[in-house]
Design a protein around this ligand. Structure first.
Ligand code: ADP
Ligand code: MG
Length: 137
């Protein structure tokens, strides 16, 4: 059993896709072990994406992630990290496989509907960035 952090990003929240995206994870057999709607400050977005601080798109990314509310979730299931990445699709929606969340609901490489942790170590750090123990159940 594995846990991963998922974020429904501000573009998808604005476009009213919360329900469709949550339903998709549940249909795929992932369980929602934690969930909250948050509007990140610019500083909170910078903290979350600190690993990308040197990248040219860092300013754009953190502006976007603080532009409106997100839904932060913990997905739980067998192989949850990799399975979530598969369900999300490629970072660039133009390259995402048919039927993936990014193919269905995202418009651009920057505004790409969802985030998912990429490894056990980052999943643990990212989950603890948003959730305390009593909120995970
Ligand atoms: P992923 O979200 O698929 O793990 P990365 O970790 O590489 O992708 O990048 C984090 C986020 O930064 C992406 O989801 C996207 O929102 C943004 N991003 C990545 N590459 C670019 C880019 N070339 N231009 C603009 N935004 C980008
Ligand atoms: Mg990533």
């Amino acid at each position: 059993m594995e846990r991963t952090l998922s974020i429904i990003k501000p573009d998808a929240v604005k476009n009213n896709y919360i329900g469709k995206i949550v339903a998709r994870f549940e249909e795929e057999g992932l369980r929602i072990a934690g969930m909250r709607k948050v509007h990140l400050s610019k500083r909170e977005a910078e903290g979350f994406y600190a690993v990308h601080a040197g990248r040219p798109f860092f300013g754009e990314l953190t502006d976007f992630m603080s532009s409106g509310p997100c839904v932060v979730m913990i997905l739980e299931g067998d192989n949850a990290i990799l399975r979530n990445r598969e369900i999300m699709g490629a970072t660039n929606p133009a390259e995402a496989a048919e039927g993936t969340i990014r193919k269905l609901y995202a418009a651009s490489i920057g505004e790409n509907a969802v985030h998912g942790s990429d490894a056990p170590e980052t999943a643990a750090v990212e989950i603890s960035y948003f959730f305390r123990a009593t909120e995970i159940n």
